[in-house]
Design a protein. Structure first.
Length: 272
């Protein structure tokens, strides 16, 4: 159903993303937003004046908006490929704020000149939208866009898990504190830095208890380096990726329960 969209309704609509559009398409979005907010303000003002001054001849003689709501909405639907026009308001937060600042708030019911000025601007916006570039696809709501990005992230992480030979949760440890026996369980013997990884638990194939880090950490940087990491190794025990545990909540959720761990004595314990 085609209805007049109020200014308040427009500004309360879901946020839509304008990312991925060409400059000409972004101009179309801005023009559509200008036209919608101008139309909403004209209708709000006219209705407000008629309610405040039912017998006002001034309000009754305001020029009628030359484009009816059906034409107005159909043009928006055609150019933006949107069936739900109440979602147009916040196509882009920065763009919306810019457009809002340039649309005057009409307050004086006796001042028909300000109404006429906004009406002229609306007609110009309407004409500009008629000749504007149509969008190739409708704007996506922020929720839909976030869901798409989240799904893509899940796929990306799952692919990382699938191609990893070993996955382990590790902590940063001081190599100089290792015992002779612990040194025997050390991987990456050509890694000469003092600070290394101690493997706590993991998934898939079992790793050595200790291994070199993916980055060089020294006494000056160890305090500012994350203490726990989730690491992904290939078949040759080379790093594919290392993720700060603070950023690995989704990774850990997809991995579920660990399959093995090392106890306090460095003994391997299989968990399932």
């Amino acid at each position: 159903m085609l209805t007049i969209i109020s200014l308040a309704g427009l500004l309360a609509s879901p946020l839509y993303s304008a990312n991925g559009y060409s400059p000409s398409e972004r101009r179309t979005l801005q023009t559509a937003l200008e036209m919608s907010l101008q139309y909403a303000e004209l209708n709000r003002f006219q209705q407000s004046c008629l309610e405040q001054q039912p017998g006002s001849e001034v309000a009754k003689t305001y020029p009628v908006i030359p484009v009816d709501i059906q034409q107005h909405n159909l043009l928006l639907q055609q150019k933006l490929k949107m069936s739900e026009l109440s979602s147009i308001a916040l196509i882009d937060g920065k763009m919306t704020r810019f457009v809002q600042r340039n649309i005057p708030k009409l307050t004086d019911c006796e001042n028909s000149q300000s109404y006429q000025s906004l009406l002229d601007n609306y007609e110009l916006s309407h004409f500009s939208l008629e000749i504007a570039t149509e969008l190739k696809q409708a704007p996506q709501s922020a929720d839909a866009n976030n869901q798409r990005l989240a799904a893509a992230k899940v796929t990306e992480i799952q692919q990382l898990i699938d191609r990893s030979h070993s996955i382990a949760l590790v902590t940063v440890s001081d190599r100089e504190l290792l015992t002779v026996i612990e040194q025997a369980n050390y991987l990456h013997l050509n890694y000469n830095n003092r600070y290394i990884f101690k493997v706590e638990q993991g998934w898939k194939h079992i790793t050595a208890t200790y291994m070199g880090m993916h980055i060089a950490v020294d006494d000056d940087t160890v305090a500012s380096t994350a203490a726990e990491w989730l690491i992904f190794l290939d078949q040759n025990k080379h790093f594919i990726q290392a993720v700060n545990k603070n950023d690995a909540a989704l990774h850990l959720r997809l991995l579920a329960k660990p399959e093995w761990k090392f106890d306090n004595k460095g003994n391997l314990v299989r968990l399932n």
